[in-house]
Design a binder for this molecule. Structure first.
Ligand SMILES: Cc1cc2nc3c(=O)[nH]c(=O)nc-3n(C[C@H](O)[C@H](O)[C@H](O)COP(=O)(O)O)c2cc1C
Length: 372
């Protein structure tokens, strides 16, 4: 039986256990996209708290249209790359592996210091309103349909930022194909209405994610981890379901994995619930479709829950989001059977910044780790 807190291999990486910090945007980088000391201390705390693998918040990939949020960190420039070096060193020193999530904001872009224009597969406006906890306000802009040149530039951005991640010392990159951002939009029939080689039926709509995987793999070589995160829901439509059910999901997972991935990271609102009306979970469908490891995420708060998912063969590693924000030492608490602090959305008020979290902790006497 795979044990949550026992070592596991992910690609060439030897992880000390199967716990993963889920990627979480904190809009706390310097205005020009550089990582800073606050971020170093933040990520270091999760590594000291026992996680086997940390995945960064979504980092933007180019100085064109990829930035989604003001104060989002990037890996687009050499200066941004260098700003991550102390963060990576702190995480490695504390014993965790570290993967950079590479994100292009696409139609869900709210703030970009490089360009006022937004681009996406097609000129489709996302529903709902921008996220206020990332500093947004009002409806989303209607993006411009990407030209062929802009698509090639976006691919080049993923490649360059993956190289930068490798050179900064990260153990791998995770391509953000989830939550409604650019790569997810290309997969979606609603957001991708293109009639050229980047659109079409559900297989044809994988063209851009496949091109990005292949180009990144070619650039970083076989020794550097390349994973992809996928979801059904989008930031702007959280309960959305993929059309085409289990069969299309299987084909999608298999095609993406075969393009050169080391792992799939599946996020659902509840990772243990059926993917569609009934039947298997999305991670179980993924595991039945590919031979690479599957990380699962969504509504896991306790060690028992995580271990049961492993025991049931639902997934290979468990990524924890909000419960980890409430307990930066979530794995150590699981190990020692200690009580967990409940997550509270107030820590993101009025914005999801690290300084607001620190202020909230001080005022409410809610430390991020156990007192010793
Ligand atoms: C503040 C916040 C920021 C997030 N930012 C990202 C992100 O940058 N990239 C990403 O893939 N998911 C992001 N997510 C989604 C989480 O990774 C995770 O999928 C979600 O919180 C559900 O998992 P949980 O139930 O364990 O919290 C974010 C979630 C939160 C709460």
């Amino acid at each position: 039986m795979p044990a949550l807190l026992e070592p596991v291999q992910l690609g060439q990486l030897n992880l000390r256990n199967r716990t993963v910090l889920a990627p979480m945007t904190r809009v706390s980088a310097e205005p020009e996209g550089n990582a800073n000391e606050l971020m170093r201390d933040y990520y270091q705390a999760f590594a000291e708290g026992g996680f086997g693998l940390l995945i960064t918040e979504g980092t933007y990939t180019d100085t064109a249209y990829s930035q989604g949020y003001f104060n989002q960190p990037g890996l687009a420039t050499e200066i941004q790359r260098d700003s991550w070096v102390p963060v990576v060193e702190a995480v490695h020193t504390a014993g965790a592996a570290f993967i950079a999530q590479l994100m292009h904001g696409g139609a869900q872009t709210q703030g970009n210091i490089h360009h006022a224009r937004h681009v996406a597969p097609s000129a489709v406006q996302p529903g709902g309103t921008q996220l206020s906890f990332y500093g947004g306000e009002g409806p989303y802009a209607t993006p411009a349909e990407m030209t062929e040149k802009e698509i090639q530039e976006a691919i080049a951005g993923f490649v360059q930022s993956a190289r930068h991640a490798r050179d900064a010392g990260f153990d791998g990159v995770e391509l953000h194909g989830a939550n409604g951002y650019l790569l997810h939009e290309f997969i979606s029939s609603e957001f991708n209405q293109r009639t050229d080689r980047w659109g079409g039926d559900y297989r044809a709509r994988l063209a851009l994610p496949l091109a990005v995987i292949q180009a990144v793999r070619e650039a970083v070589g076989a020794d550097f981890l390349v994973g992809m995160r996928l979801s059904q829901g989008m930031v702007t439509a959280s309960r959305l379901k993929w059309e085409g059910g289990v069969e299309e999901a299987r084909t999608r997972f298999a095609m993406l994995a075969e393009a050169g991935l080391d792992y799939l990271h599946i996020t659902e609102y509840d990772v243990g619930a059926p993917a569609f009306e009934e039947g298997p979970t999305l991670t179980a469908i993924a595991k039945a479709s590919v031979s690479i490891p599957v990380i699962g995420n969504g509504s896991v708060t306790t060690g028992e829950q995580a271990q049961k998912l492993l025991d049931d063969g639902e997934l290979d590693l468990v990524a924890v989001g909000k419960a980890a924000l409430a307990n930066h030492d979530w794995p150590l608490r699981v190990r020692d059977g200690d009580a967990m602090t409940e997550f509270d959305f107030d820590m993101f008020s009025p914005m999801a910044t690290l300084t607001n979290e620190l202020a909230w902790r001080g005022v409410n006497d809610r430390p991020a780790t156990r007192r010793r």
